[in-house]
Design a protein around this ligand. Structure first.
Ligand SMILES: NC(=O)c1ccc[n+]([C@@H]2O[C@H](COP(=O)([O-])OP(=O)(O)OC[C@H]3O[C@@H](n4cnc5c(N)ncnc54)[C@H](OP(=O)(O)O)[C@@H]3O)[C@@H](O)[C@H]2O)c1
Length: 326
C-alpha cells in the first residue's frame, strides 16, 4: 500500500508518499480503507523524532481515520465489509489502509461527510475526557479553555456549551469570532492581556471552576490564580515549556485545587474503548441534530501533507486540518 513515510526525522519536506506493507487485522481488529485522516500536533512532533509511537503501534503517523471497512480479523462481529467508520488510532492513519480494534471504531454520524468524521476522534475524545471524565464540569460552572480556536479547543467549547457552562477562552484576537459562534461567552486575547486579570474582572474576583491548559509553565501561576475554590485543571500539553522556576503553590492548598494531566495516546485500549463509547452516547445525537460540529479549517490532499504540517506549525488553523487520502 501507499503511506506517508519519513526520509529521516526533520522538517515537513522529509515526508513523502512511499510503499509500506499493508497491515493484516488480528483478533478483534478490522482493516479500514482510509478515506481521510487529520493532522495533529503529535504528528508534527513524531515527524521531528520527539514523540515516538507507543510500543506495538504503527510507525506511520496519523492518530485518527474515517473510511470504509475492507476486511475483518478473526472473531470480528460488529462490522461488515463496506461499513463506514471513524475512530482513534495509536498511529497509522497517514496510509491507504489502517487497522483499528472493532470496538474502537465508531459509526460515522448521520449527515456528516467523511472529512468531518475524520475531524472528530482525536479532539472530541481529548476534550470530552478532560472536561467530563477528569474535570467533571457541572452545569452552571465556569470553564477557561486555553487555545480556544485549536482543534481540541473548538471541540471543548462546544462540549462545555452543551453541558451548560459559562465559557472563557484565550486565543489570538483574529480567532475570537469563531470561538464566540461556537459558544464562548468571554474571549481573551492572551497576546495583549494577562488572562488572569481578565478572568477576575469577568468573575468579580471569584475565578473559574475548571481550566483546560495546553501551555504549561508560562501559564501555571496565572492558572492557579484564576481558579476558584475547589477548582480543577487538566493539563494536556506543554506548548509553552515544561519547566518553571518560581511558582507560588499556595493557591493549591488554600483553594483546594486539583491539578491533573493526561495523554490520550498512552491510555489502554480498554480505556479508549470506554471513552469512545461514552463520547458516542453523548455526542452522536448532537452531531446528528447539528448542535455539535467538527470544525474544519482546511482540507489538504495527503500529497500536500508537508504544506499541512507547515500550516499547523505556523498556528494558522482554527479547528482541524484534514488530509484526504482518496
Ligand atoms: N494530552 C492529550 O491527550 C492531547 C490530545 C490531543 C492534543 N493534545 C495537545 O493539545 C494541543 C492542542 O492540540 P490541537 O490539535 O488542538 O492544536 P492546534 O489545532 O494546532 O492549535 C494550537 C493553537 O494553540 C495556540 N498556541 C500555540 N502555542 C501557544 C502558546 N505558546 N501560547 C498560547 N497559545 C498557543 C495557537 O493558537 P493562537 O493563534 O490562538 O495562539 C495554535 O493555533 C497540542 O499541543 C496537542 O499536542 C494533547
Amino acid at each position: 500500500m501507499k503511506a506517508i513515510t519519513l526520509k529521516s526525522f526533520g522538517p515537513p519536506e522529509n515526508m513523502a508518499i512511499g510503499d509500506w506493507e499493508k497491515p493484516m487485522p488480528g483478533q478483534g481488529e478490522i482493516l479500514v480503507k482510509v478515506h481521510a485522516t487529520a493532522v495533529n500536533r503529535a504528528d508534527t512532533l513524531q515527524r521531528q523524532g520527539k514523540y515516538p509511537p507507543p510500543k506495538g503501534a504503527s510507525e506511520i503517523m496519523g492518530l485518527e481515520l474515517a473510511g470504509e471497512v475492507e476486511s475483518l480479523g478473526p472473531d470480528c462481529k460488529k462490522w461488515k465489509k463496506g461499513d463506514f467508520v471513524c475512530g482513534l488510532l495509536p498511529g497509522g492513519g497517514y496510509a491507504e489502509y489502517a487497522i483499528i480494534h472493532e470496538n474502537l471504531a465508531l459509526p460515522i454520524p448521520k449527515g456528516l461527510t467523511i472529512a468531518e468524521a475524520a475531524a472528530i476522534p482525536e479532539v472530541f475524545l481529548t476534550a470530552f475526557q478532560a472536561i467530563d471524565w477528569l474535570a467533571k464540569l457541572k452545569q452552571g460552572e465556569k470553564i477557561l479553555i486555553h487555545a480556544g480556536a485549536s482543534g481540541v479547543g473548538t471541540a471543548g467549547i462546544q462540549i462545555a456549551r452543551e453541558k451548560g457552562a459559562e465559557i472563557f477562552i484565550t486565543a489570538s484576537a483574529g480567532k475570537h469570532a469563531i470561538c464566540q459562534q461556537l459558544g464562548a461567552n468571554h474571549t481573551i486575547d492572551y497576546k495583549s492581556k494577562a488572562f488572569e486579570e481578565e478572568v477576575h474582572r469577568f468573575t468579580q474576583g471569584r475565578g473559574v471552576n475548571v481550566i483546560v491548559d495546553f501551555i504549561a509553565a508560562p501559564y501555571f501561576q496565572q492558572n492557579l490564580n484564576a481558579l476558584s475554590f475547589d477548582g480543577r485543571m487538566v493539563m494536556l500539553a506543554l506548548m509553552g515549556s515544561p519547566k518553571t522556576n518560581s511558582i507560588n503553590l499556595g493557591p493549591i492548598l488554600r483553594k483546594r485545587l486539583k491539578i491533573m494531566g493526561s495523554t490520550l495516546r498512552a491510555r489502554t485500549l480498554d480505556y479508549k474503548i470506554r471513552l469512545s463509547e461514552d463520547l458516542k452516547n453523548f455526542a452522536w445525537p448532537l452531531f446528528e441534530s447539528g448542535k455539535l460540529k467538527p470544525i474544519i479549517d482546511t482540507t489538504f490532499s495527503w500529497e500536500d501533507a508537508a504544506e499541512a504540517h507547515h500550516y499547523m506549525e505556523a498556528n494558522k488553523n482554527t479547528g482541524k486540518i484534514v488530509l484526504r487520502i482518496t
